[in-house]
Design a protein around this ligand. Structure first.
Ligand code: PGA
Length: 262
């Protein structure tokens, strides 16, 4: 029987711009978004621009419509860490921070410990961590998906107490479905729902009933044609969107579809 999930939670539509757009282009894009969307009850929209654009965009923002998200952070609060940006320095600029994105894990060799410390730093600084988890193609082929998801959740949240759960969002992003990965294929809802059930069960086993309120997003090659199907998967509370979020018209179409699905 299909588990029954909390239906009253907000829907999150988060655009991960990755390393794209100059400050000027980011600002023009945000201007377009702000003009074309109005605050939508039950839907939280956020964009994650490059670090250098966060401060200028924060001055342009209407937080009732859109919130800002960082793409990464340093787990330390201050000190001699050349090139890094502390979560404490992001306070007041962003409401969310992506942690443990697969590009951080596999391109920049971030370890489970790094990711755990970043999640804690976010919570400590009152910024919601969007913890990304997901299996690679070969892990899926070898039947290791459940173990990988459990391990990434356990380690990523190992310093998190029940009381901190309000500052946690999980994003399930199977690495093989991310559009920047060579040979990526688009996941169908059946590929995803077993993992969503597993994530929800693990959260509940670890934190009890309070975990029902933790939003779980899906990410990986989301576009206007498939977003409706992902949003109707039980237990999915929103989307983390890369490529399609770079095209304002597509991002706005996804927001419109989310409004209808909601
Ligand atoms: P994609 O990226 O939508 O381009 O697949 C998603 C992500 O990496 O967060």
């Amino acid at each position: 029987m299909q588990p029954c999930y909390n239906k009253i939670m907000k829907t999150y539509i988060v655009g991960n711009w990755k390393m794209n757009f100059t400050i000027g282009e980011s600002s023009i894009y945000l201007h377009k978004l702000l003009k074309r969307i109005s605050p939508i009850k039950g839907i939280q929209i956020a964009v994650a621009p490059s670090l250098i654009a966060l401060q200028p965009l924060s001055l342009q923002l209407d937080r009732k419509k859109i919130k800002l998200c960082a793409q990464n952070c340093c787990a330390k609060d201050f000190g001699a860490y050349t090139g890094e940006t502390a979560v404490a320095q992001l306070r007041g600029l962003v409401d969310y921070c992506i942690v443990g994105h697969s590009e951080r894990r596999y391109v920049f060799n971030e370890t489970d410990k790094d990711i755990r410390d970043k999640v804690s730093a976010c919570v400590r600084n009152n910024i919601t961590a969007i913890l990304c988890i997901g299996e690679t193609e070969s892990e899926r082929t070898f039947g290791e998906t459940a173990d990988v998801l459990r391990d990434q959740l356990t380690s990523g949240l190992s310093d998190i107490a029940k009381e901190d759960l309000g500052k946690i969002i999980i994003a399930y992003e199977p690495v093989w479905a991310i559009s920047s990965v060579k040979g990526a294929r688009v996941a169908v809802p059946d590929d995803i729902s077993a993992s969503i059930d597993l994530i929800r069960k693990h959260l509940k086993d670890t934190f009890g009933k309070d975990a029902e309120n933790v939003p779980v997003l899906y990410g990986g090659s989301v576009n206007p044609s498939n977003c409706g199907a992902y949003l109707t998967i039980p237990g999915v509370n929103g989307l983390l969107i890369g490529g399609s979020s770079l095209i304002a018209d597509q991002f706005i179409d996804i927001i419109d579809i989310a409004k209808r699905v909601k």
